[in-house]
Design a binder for this molecule. Structure first.
Ligand code: GLY
Length: 380
C-alpha cells in the first residue's frame, strides 16, 4: 500500500513523485523502462514563447510560470540528486530566410511585445555576430535571451536520483490497468497479476495515457517526432538556434561537450516508431541550410518518439472523471519546460486536496470527454 502510485517514470511522473515525496507522501512510481519514451527524445528547450502559438495565452502563462521556476528547480535537483542536469542560460535565436519567414518573425516579435516579453530583433549582421556559424543567407533574427535549455537525459537521471533520495520507490513492472474499486481508482494492476494498492493514482504515461484500461476517455494522442543527435559540435553554436527555412521549422540545440540535437518532425501517424529517410533528410537539409558546418558533424543517433498531444496543445492537470485518478499528462511539446510547475502543482493537489490556481485552465473538463471529480483521494 502506498499513498500515491504514479503510472509513468518519465520527466513528468518523476517530477511529481519527487515533489510529492518532499511533502511527506509515500510515493511509488511504476514503469518498466523509465525515461525511454518522450523524455529520451526531448531536445530540452525551455522556450515558452516560441512553443506557444496565437490563441494559446493560458498555455503561455503556464509556460512562463514554469520557466521562472527553472533556475531554482535545476539547482534543487542537482543538490538533491547529485547529477548535473545541463541547464544552459545562453538564450535562443530565431532566424528566417525568405520574405514569408521574416514576416512570421515580425509577427512573433509583435506578439512578444504585446505580452511584454523581452525579445530583440536583430538585423542580419548582428544575427551572425551572435552566431557566426550561421549561413550568410540568413535575413535576420529575434533573440530571446530568456529562453534556455536543459539536457533532457541528464535531467531524467537527476530526477530519478533525487526521487530515490526523497524515498520514492520505483517498481520496474509493466502496468496492465488502473485498478478500480467501487467507481474509484484504488491502485495499479501489474503484468504478472500483482497489484499495487494506493490512495491515489497519478497518470503520467505521456502519449500512452489514453489507452490504459480503467482510465476514462482522455483526449491524448501520439504526435510523432523524429529527432537527431550529432557529435563534434563543440563551439559551433552559442545557444539554441531555431529557424524558419522557407516556412519549415527546425531547431538546433547545443549541449555541454560536443553534442548537438536537431529536431524535430511533427507527424500524426499513431505509434509509428519508424525513422524515415525523408524525416532525417528534411531535418539535416534544413539544419545544414541554417548552419552549413552541420554537414561536417558525426550523425550519432536518430530516433522517433511521441509527444502526448491534446486538441489545444495544453496539458491535462489535476482531477479526472474517475475519483482517485489524477492527471499529469498531455504536455505535448512542452514536457521538459513544464516539469517544474507540473511537479509543484500536482504534488500540492495530492498533499492538500486543492488544485492550485495556475492549473485551473488545464483540468480535463475543458474537453467534453472527461468530467473531473473534485478530490484527489476521496471516493466519488
Ligand atoms: N519541444 C520541441 C518538440 O516537441 O519538438
Amino acid at each position: 500500500m502506498t499513498d500515491v502510485a504514479i503510472a509513468g517514470g518519465g520527466l513528468i511522473g518523476l517530477s511529481v513523485a519527487w515533489r510529492a515525496a518532499q511533502r511527506g507522501l509515500r510515493v511509488t512510481v511504476v514503469d518498466d523502462a523509465p525515461g525511454t519514451g518522450a523524455s529520451h527524445a526531448a531536445a530540452g528547450m525551455l522556450a515558452p514563447v516560441t512553443e506557444a502559438g496565437y490563441g494559446e495565452e493560458a498555455l503561455l502563462r503556464l509556460n512562463l510560470a514554469s520557466l521562472q521556476r527553472w533556475p531554482a528547480f535545476a539547482s534543487d535537483l542537482e543538490r538533491a540528486g547529485g547529477i548535473p542536469v545541463g541547464f544552459r542560460t545562453a538564450g535562443t535565436l530565431v532566424v528566417g530566410f525568405d520574405d514569408d519567414d521574416m514576416r512570421a518573425l515580425d509577427d512573433l516579435h509583435a506578439f512578444q511585445r504585446e505580452l511584454g516579453l523581452a525579445a530583440e530583433r536583430l538585423p542580419p549582421r548582428a544575427t551572425r555576430r551572435r552566431e557566426p556559424s550561421l549561413t550568410p543567407r540568413v535575413r535576420g533574427g529575434l533573440l530571446m535571451s530568456g529562453d534556455h535549455s536543459v539536457d533532457g537525459r541528464s535531467l531524467h537521471a537527476g530526477l530519478l536520483a533525487a526521487a530515490r533520495a526523497a524515498g520514492v520507490r520505483l517498481v520496474a513492472e509493466r502496468i496492465d490497468a488502473v485498478h478500480v474499486v467501487g467507481g474509484r481508482a484504488a491502485g495499479l494492476r501489474l503484468t504478472g497479476g500483482e497489484r499495487l494498492d494506493a490512495d491515489v493514482v497519478v497518470l503520467a504515461l505521456g502519449a500512452r495515457s489514453a489507452g490504459l484500461p480503467g482510465v476514462p476517455p482522455l483526449p491524448v494522442r501520439p504526435v510523432k517526432g523524429q529527432i537527431l543527435r550529432l557529435a563534434g559540435a563543440a563551439g559551433l553554436l552559442e545557444g539554441t538556434v531555431r529557424a524558419l527555412v522557407r516556412g519549415r521549422q527546425v531547431y538546433l540545440v547545443p549541449y555541454a561537450g560536443d553534442r548537438l540535437v536537431v529536431g524535430a518532425t511533427v507527424e500524426d501517424r499513431g505509434f509509428d516508431a519508424t525513422v524515415t529517410a525523408g524525416g532525417v533528410h528534411e531535418l539535416l537539409h534544413d539544419a545544414i541550410e541554417v548552419v552549413p558546418g552541420v554537414s561536417e558533424l558525426e550523425l550519432v543517433e536518430t530516433l522517433a518518439r511521441w509527444r502526448p498531444g491534446t486538441a489545444d496543445n495544453a496539458p491535462l492537470l489535476g482531477p479526472s472523471a474517475l475519483p482517485g485518478l489524477v492527471l499529469a499528462t498531455g504536455h505535448h511539446r512542452n514536457g521538459v519546460l513544464l516539469a517544474p510547475v507540473t511537479g509543484e502543482i500536482v504534488a500540492e493537489y495530492l498533499a492538500g486536496g486543492e488544485l492550485p490556481e495556475p492549473a485551473a485552465p488545464f483540468t480535463a473538463d475543458r474537453f467534453p470527454t472527461d468530467r473531473p471529480s473534485t478530490d484527489p483521494s476521496r471516493s466519488g
